[in-house]
Design a protein around this ligand. Structure first.
Ligand code: APR
Length: 268
């Protein structure tokens, strides 16, 4: 049997035997939707270097000018590569397979590092977005979130006032939900990730280079608790050696095959 097919059967058995399967998703999951990755040789950071790590500190120091710059930048970014790719992106077969795994009760939760909203658009609902969601706004104090439509439609003067918007509940500063470099991971998202990792007995590592923390820690928690790791990635990662199955293939191709293999083994 070909190595990939053998690994697929092993992965299907692990998934079939699991009672609390979660997924840790990275940028590779959305590569087949046309969104570039950050690393892996042809990623955005490979090409342009990592952005400055003090974006969040600059926002806190001067929210007024940050918001003014953001509006100007949004105008300018309309045509840039990443913004355009994300706005045009549609869920790929990998996102659809995960949504079906959730519907069948096989996949209990998705922890995604992606901000592209593609899991929701594919039909998944059990999701924690550790780096936020580009379509939402968030109060940095009480973590209240709004969709962009709610945010713009909301009549609350503190949201639609001139200058930086303030939360109508607590008066905190409101910003995009996407977690900025230098910004702490929102407490509610972090607690959810640790909770699901503690409960998991198996984790799908999907398209992540597993070099950014705390996200890369969650699979190690599962492993330390005796759980099994399955990696879907054309390349090696620092967590590959902890995996019980390694599927060296694009997620958009292999996840539908995994879904089928799990169904076949359940019927046999
Ligand atoms: N299917 C699966 N994996 C893929 C595919 C694909 N079609 N194409 C590329 N990959 C893999 C690459 O081999 C790489 O290991 O996806 C991984 C993408 O790694 P990164 O670009 O580092 O993405 P991610 O792990 O999500 O980065 C974590 O870093 O800069 C921050 O906020 C950013 O959320 C991001 C975080």
């Amino acid at each position: 049997m070909a190595a990939l097919e053998e690994q697929l059967q092993t992965a299907a058995r692990i998934v079939g035997e699991s009672s609390y399967l979660i997924a840790l998703v990275g940028a590779g999951m959305s590569k087949e939707s046309g969104i570039p990755t950050f690393r892996g040789g042809d990623g955005l950071w490979d090409k342009h270097g990592e952005p400055p790590m003090d974006g969040y500190q600059r926002l806190l120091e001067d929210p007024e000018s940050w918001w003014a710059q953001r509006k100007a930048a949004q105008q300018a970014a309309k045509g840039d590569e990443l913004t355009h790719a994300i706005e045009e992106a549609q869920p790929n077969a990998g996102h659809v397979a995960l949504a079906e795994m959730e519907r069948r009760g096989v996949l209990k939760h998705i922890i995604t590092q992606n901000i592209d909203n593609l899991h929701q658009e594919a039909g998944s609902t059990a999701i924690t977005e550790i780096h936020g969601n580009r379509t939402k706004m968030r109060c940095i104090e009480c973590m209240r979130r709004w969709t962009r439509d709610e945010f713009n439609a909301d009549g609350s003067p503190s949201l639609n006032r001139e200058g930086p918007p303030l939360c109508p509940d607590c008066g905190g500063l409101v910003k995009g939900d996407t977690v900025m470099f230098g910004e702490p991971i929102p407490r509610d998202a972090l607690d959810s990730c640790f909770d699901h990792s503690q409960r998991a007995d198996a984790v799908l590592l999907l398209g992540t280079s597993a070099v950014v923390y705390p996200a890369a820690e969650f699979p190690v928690i599962v492993y330390r608790n005796g759980g099994k790791l399955i990696e879907v990635n054309p390349q090696d990662t620092p967590l590959s050696e902890l995996c019980s199955a390694v599927l060296r293939a694009p997620s958009g191709e292999i996840l539908p095959a995994l879904l089928e293999a799990v169904a076949a083994s359940a019927d046999s």
